[in-house]
Design a binder for this molecule. Structure first.
Ligand code: SF4
Length: 405
């Protein structure tokens, strides 16, 4: 595949100095970011249409959809989309547009606001067995917590169960600073009072924690790492995929001081993985930051074996990124068209297990709707069991494994 590399793929980007293009703040300031009731919607959509220059896009429809669902496209992402389309990957361009922009399928669906605001489901699900959590903390296990560190993202993923939370970020962001303080206080108090059940793993989530500046992020990391018992901090982010300029040498130096630290990147499609993204991941990996990917399984986007094989083997392994999770999408109104039947997901896992080396195998998970956390699904090789052993499927055929009781 020949991909165009230059910024002049979109004419108005050609004149942008490198010093601007490479700054993540410039990328954010010049993103097309539209939330419902945006009075500048028409102007912003005009910019997006000029960038993409795609006669198949329907301005009237997108304008209607933008009244309900957010749009957030960085200049980097727009450039990558057009590079794909003009460079012979119109199929990848179309697949990526399905989750980057709202589509007609989302229009007819009534959105119960209450449900969407709760994100993964109910308050019981957020708290599970743990009561009196700060609103910024989700806790399903003894040893780990998820902390909302921001409500701002560099993209508006159309499959996201938090889309309405991030869409209303201006209001919510004001509460986040207090939420983080409460989360730090909660973990500190818990670990002092429960020395045998300490929280050892803190996952910063969002929105996207990399929307914070380095100073604010450093203070949060320092506060959690200073708590006795906290051994690992993970950062859940999509920035490297859609705004790789955020991965600066300064950020990487900051992260290095808090080792061990892990970045869980929400890569969705191999079309995201351009040279700039790979450079960002190289910078992180060269500096000892553990990299993993959380990939949602999406119908019409990446629900075929070859796309996932390309992603997990051809790309992630080369980028020193562990394909950690393949996620069955969380049930949220307006995202039904993304859902892949579980049986199809298991079929894909069977293929990946047979065809890819171990380092390229993700865990296939669904989220419990009752607060039970992640459920790992495995294609079972067991056909039946007798008193003498087990009959199993293997890639060379059925096999009896003796295991007398
Ligand atoms: S980056 Fe994450 S939180 Fe933000 S819209 Fe995408 S999936 Fe949702």
């Amino acid at each position: 595949m020949k991909l165009l590399s230059g910024r002049d793929t979109i004419p108005e980007f050609a004149a942008v100095p490198d010093s601007d293009w490479g700054r993540w703040q410039w990328q954010k300031q010049h993103s097309v970011t539209i939330y419902p009731n945006d009075c500048n919607k028409a102007r912003k959509l005009a910019t997006l249409f000029r960038w993409l220059d795609d006669s198949n896009l329907n301005l009237e429809l997108l304008s209607e959809l933008a009244e309900v669902w957010a749009i957030n496209i960085t200049p980097h992402t727009a450039l990558q989309l057009v590079r794909l389309r003009q460079g012979g990957r119109a199929d990848w361009y179309a697949q990526m547009l399905k989750y980057l922009l709202p589509t007609r399928e989302r229009l007819d669906i009534k959105v119960p606001q209450q449900f969407v605001r709760e994100g993964m489901g109910t308050e019981e699900r957020r708290q599970s067995a743990y009561r009196d959590l700060p609103w910024s903390v989700t806790r399903l296990y003894d040893n780990r917590v998820v902390v909302r560190a921001s409500t701002i993202c560099a993209v508006a993923c159309q499959f996201c169960f938090r889309q309405h939370d991030v869409a209303e970020h201006h209001e919510l962001e004001r509460n986040v600073q207090n939420g983080i303080k409460s989360a730090i206080g909660y973990v500190r108090k818990w670990n002092i009072e429960n020395p045998l059940r300490r929280i050892s793993d803190v996952i910063l989530s969002g929105g996207d924690p990399l929307s914070l500046g380095d100073k604010a992020l450093g203070e949060i990391l320092a506060a959690f790492k200073a708590i006795g018992g906290v051994e690992l901090v993970r950062i859940d982010t999509k920035y490297p995929a859609v705004l790789p300029q955020r991965i600066t040498p300064e950020l990487v130096q900051l992260l290095r001081t808090f080792q061990p630290i892990m970045m869980s990147i929400h890569f969705t499609h191999p079309g995201e993985l351009c040279a700039e993204v790979k450079r960002a991941c190289d910078l992180l990996a060269d500096n000892g930051i553990m990299l993993a990917s959380h990939t949602p399984l999406l119908r019409g986007v990446n629900d075929d074996r070859e796309t996932l094989k390309t992603l997990f083997w051809n790309e992630f392994v080369q980028m020193r990124t562990r394909p950690h999770l393949l996620i069955h999408t969380i049930d949220t109104p307006g995202t039904g068209h993304f859902r892949v039947p579980l049986e199809q997901g298991l079929d894909i896992m069977r293929f990946l297990e047979a065809d890819l080396s171990g380092p390229a195998h993700p865990l296939f998970i669904v989220y419990s709707t009752k607060g039970g956390g992640k459920i790992h699904l495995l294609p079972s090789p067991i056909k039946n069991r007798t008193s003498d052993g087990w009959m199993m499927d293997t890639w060379v055929g059925e096999e009896f494994y003796a295991d007398p009781i």
